[in-house]
Design a protein around this ligand. Structure first.
Ligand SMILES: Cc1ncc(C[n+]2csc(CCOP(=O)(O)OP(=O)(O)O)c2C)c(N)n1
Ligand SMILES: [Mg+2]
Length: 336
């Protein structure tokens, strides 16, 4: 039932490799800028950075096709950028401005794009998992061959609703790829302290679901595994579980005491396994790109990110009349 054999790495062209480098770099620089804006007091509320985990979404988006859906948790900016959402619209949502994807009223954890089939952005740990199964159900019901990528963390993987979703997803052979982004920590709790069975993908076997573990610092390995999972789902044999081993460099959110791991542990990962550096060195050593080519990409990304920050600072705040629109209220109290 479960499969242990990792998917074979695909052969990719220089252009594809450059595109992955670019897409991962966009996420990294965007997140660094978001961190700066947060520090300047321009972003309020929660903000969870994705730095370190870029190869996961970029690899899986490389395996996705037009019309496929994605849904994730609160650590969601990378997913939005990787599926092609506009960086300016995302940044302006972080600063609570009118030009944001939720018109400035959703913030970091609550953004959506119907056009890009991005279904959020969810703050309740694991709540998106049954929703992802439901999205896949809708496609199965309509009889198309779309696939839903449902992302969640190692902490979320211990929630009961994940297993209820697994049960129904396998029973109905739903076209859903359950993507466990195992970054080893749930806030300040390491997987070693939270579970006796740290191999999360293997739990699928109890429900008859196939899956595998993937090196999440290697974008090509992620892409290969994604293609395999998607093929299984499109053939009507879903769901599929990908447990992607990754690492977040920054704190859980913008306030994190950082006492649960050593600086050396983080630095070692950055030095030895950084997913962007890995592609950069592949491009240079394979002579697929020159230093100048990469500099041009860096420059382009810098411009996009600066533009998004400028837009996020200058887009107006939502007007007072907007207070009651697009919210769950059927009646506006008269005294308000
Ligand atoms: C139901 C619920 N319980 C607790 C929380 C508080 N909380 C927010 S994030 C988090 C950790 C989740 O970790 P993980 O699933 O590994 O995702 P990561 O943050 O590592 O991406 C917790 C406990 C919450 N938001 N929702
Ligand atoms: Mg985690």
């Amino acid at each position: 039932m479960a499969t242990r054999k990792a998917a074979k790495k695909p052969n990719v062209s220089a252009d594809e490799l450059k595109a992955y480098y670019r897409d991962m770099l966009l996420i990294r620089r965007f997140e660094e800028k978001a961190g700066q804006l947060y520090g300047m007091g321009l972003i309020g509320g929660f903000c969870h950075l994705y730095i370190g985990q870029e190869a996961v979404v970029v690899g899986l988006e490389a395996a996705a096709e037009e019309g496929d859906k994605r849904i994730t948790s609160y650590r969601d900016h990378g997913h939005m950028l990787a599926c092609g959402m506009d960086p300016s619209g995302v940044m302006a949502e972080l600063t609570g401005r009118e030009g944001g994807y939720s018109k400035g009223k959703g913030g970091s954890m609550h953004m959506f794009s119907k056009e890009k089939h991005f279904y959020g952005g969810h703050g309740i740990v694991a709540a998106q998992v049954p929703l992802g199964a439901g999205l896949a159900f809708s496609d199965k019901y309509k009889g198309n061959d779309r696939v839903t990528f449902t992302y969640f963390g190692d902490g979320a993987a211990n929630q009961g609703q994940v297993y209820e979703a697994y049960n129904m997803a396998e029973l109905w052979n739903l076209p859903v790829v359950f993507v466990i982004e195992n970054n080893q920590y749930a806030m300040g709790t390491s997987t070693k302290r939270s579970t006796h069975s740290p191999s999360y993908w293997e739990r699928g076997a109890a429900y008859g679901i196939k899956g595998e573990e993937v090196d999440g610092m290697d974008v090509l390995a992620v892409k290969a595994a994604g293609e395999k999972a998607v093929a299984v789902c499109r053939a009507g044999d879903g769901p599929y579980i990908l447990e992607i081993k990754t690492y977040r460099y920054r704190g859980h959110s913008m306030s994190d005491p950082a006492k649960y791991r050593t600086r050396e542990e983080v630095q070692k990962m950055r030095d030895e396994r950084d997913p962007i550096e890995a592609v950069r060195s592949m491009l240079l050593t394979g002579k697929h790109a020159s230093e100048e080519d990469l500099k041009a990409i860096d420059k382009e990304i810098k411009e996009i990110v600066n533009e998004s920050a400028e837009f996020a600072k200058t887009s107006p705040e939502p007007a007072l009349e907007e207070l009651w629109t697009d919210i769950y209220a059927t009646e506006i109290p008269q005294e308000a």
